[in-house]
Design a protein around this ligand. Structure first.
Ligand code: PLP
Length: 436
């Protein structure tokens, strides 16, 4: 097969392909699996009960089910769902949004693919997306079709106590970069950040929004783990120590991406974009070309739950406590198995992962990943989360020397607790054998 530039780009080696392949591939006979790799959410019983109830309601109502499965929705999404989302955010947060501000895609992953390529690449000059804080979500890394359309800036790293650290956006550096690079087409952050569990504060988000407005570009916020749902955020663990709940942010210059994946529906592929109407029209146009329409079932199951606020209550009362208790167990096991070791975790403010830095290894995190895989432990090596480097650029030089690039692992702590505990034990013992 002779591939186009597009084909070459999308079929090459990529971190996300490796990660998704690891998720789906069976383990060799006799190897006990410890799946601490992908971003699969856990099954939260209260959430499943509610979707089951909604499904039963659908099945019990004349031919409602057949109607849902037999007709394509419009490429923007189901009108009732768009209206439910807009009404909820208008009512709860006073955002001036209508259904014209909402689109649905087959998962938020698809939304980012559309958006990055709508905004960056050749036009005819090269336009770029600036990620002001990396490490950032591995799933973005290969989404930009044109080479060099992603740029990242080094975050400030601050140690925090004996075994924690935290990344901070270097706002003056971002501003300096924007001033010198008019080709930047958008800023993009995930909040909470995958892989690190960082949650940008309301203040940081407001500052980024102000910068984006000043430079006439949109701010993209990936809220896949954020508030109001799934709300996998732990305010009492946040760095500022106030325990104050972060609030979701939107203004007419913001492209907010949400997802139903981490609140129980990863396989129904329901991503939600809240943005100005011209962005929504563009996303819908690409959706019609790439996919005709988005799947309907997730929208149908969640519509009433969003409209009434029940989904937000589920997030607050079931999803967050569930993940918090998994996190606390994982932190206790980490402290136990790594006793006496040189390691630091990023402060666990949200999302599903421990971002662990071990600076006593004589191998890279990728080597460690392969050794762990042989023992049935799947994690994600940290270097995949460092992307957006142009060869020879000052950013590349900064990153090459970045102390965390080859020494971090992303560990999903949300799976079966026995698997997570044994997995953490094996990571600790295997990495201990590989110390300098
Ligand atoms: N954004 C982030 C930060 C993620 O971690 C993920 C998935 O893990 C996605 C987006 C995409 O999720 P989905 O396509 O299931 O909505």
């Amino acid at each position: 097969m002779k591939l186009s530039a597009f084909g070459t780009k999308l079929t090459g080696e990529s971190g996300i392909l490796q990660l998704m392949d690891d998720l789906g591939r069976p383990f060799p006979d006799g190897v006990k699996p410890h799946r601490l790799g992908g971003g699969n959410p856990a099954r939260v019983p209260q959430v499943e009960q509610v979707y089951r109830r909604e499904m039963e309601r659908l099945m019990g109502f004349h031919d409602a089910f057949e109607q849902v499965i037999s007709a394509y929705d419009a490429p923007q999404g189901r009108h009732l769902f768009l209206d439910a989302v807009a009404s909820f955010f208008r009512r709860e947060y006073g955002w001036p949004v209508t259904p014209e501000n909402v689109a649905v895609t087959n998962g938020s992953q698809a939304a980012f693919f559309y958006l990055f390529n709508l905004l960056s690449g050749k036009s005819p000059e090269r336009r770029t997306i600036l990620f002001p804080l990396v490490p950032e979500y591995i799933g973005y890394a290969d989404q930009g079709i044109d080479p060099g359309c992603f740029v990242t800036l080094p975050a400030r790293i601050e140690p925090d106590g004996e075994h924690l650290f935290k990344y901070f956006i270097d706002l003056p550096l971002v501003e300096e970069y924007l001033a010198a690079h008019p080709e930047v087409a958008a800023l993009c952050v995930s909040r909470p950040t995958n892989p690190t569990g960082n949650v940008l504060t309301d203040g940081e988000i407001r500052s980024l929004a102000a910068l984006a407005r000043r430079y006439g570009i949109p701010l993209m916020i990936d809220n896949a783990y954020g508030t109001p749902f799934p709300n996998i955020i732990y305010p009492d663990r946040m760095y500022d120590g106030t325990g104050v709940e972060p609030v979701p942010y939107w203004d007419e210059n913001t492209i907010l991406s949400m997802s139903l994946s981490k609140i129980g529906l990863p396989t129904l592929r329901t991503g939600i974009v809240i943005a100005p109407p011209d962005v929504i029209k563009a996303v819908s146009a690409v959706n019609s070309i790439a996919a005709l329409a988005s799947g309907s079932l997730g929208q149908v199951l969640a519509e009433g739950l969003i409209r009434t606020g029940e989904l937000k209550k589920l997030a607050d009362n079931a999803v967050r406590p569930f993940y918090k208790s998994r996190l606390e167990k994982a932190l206790d096991w980490t402290a136990e198995f790594w006793t006496g070791r040189n390691y630091r975790l990023h402060r666990c403010e949200g999302a599903l992962f421990l971002w662990m830095m071990m600076d006593d290894l004589r191998v890279s995190s990728r080597d460690l990943y392969f050794r762990l895989k042989e023992k049935g432990v799947v994690v994600v090596p940290g270097e995949y989360f460092f992307f957006g480097l142009e060869s020879g650029s000052p950013e590349e030089t900064a990153w090459k020397n970045h102390p965390h690039r080859y020494s971090c692992l992303r560990i999903n702590y949300t799976g079966n607790p026995d698997e997570v505990r044994d997995g953490l034990r094996l990571i600790a013992s295997t990495s201990a054998e590989l110390r300098r």
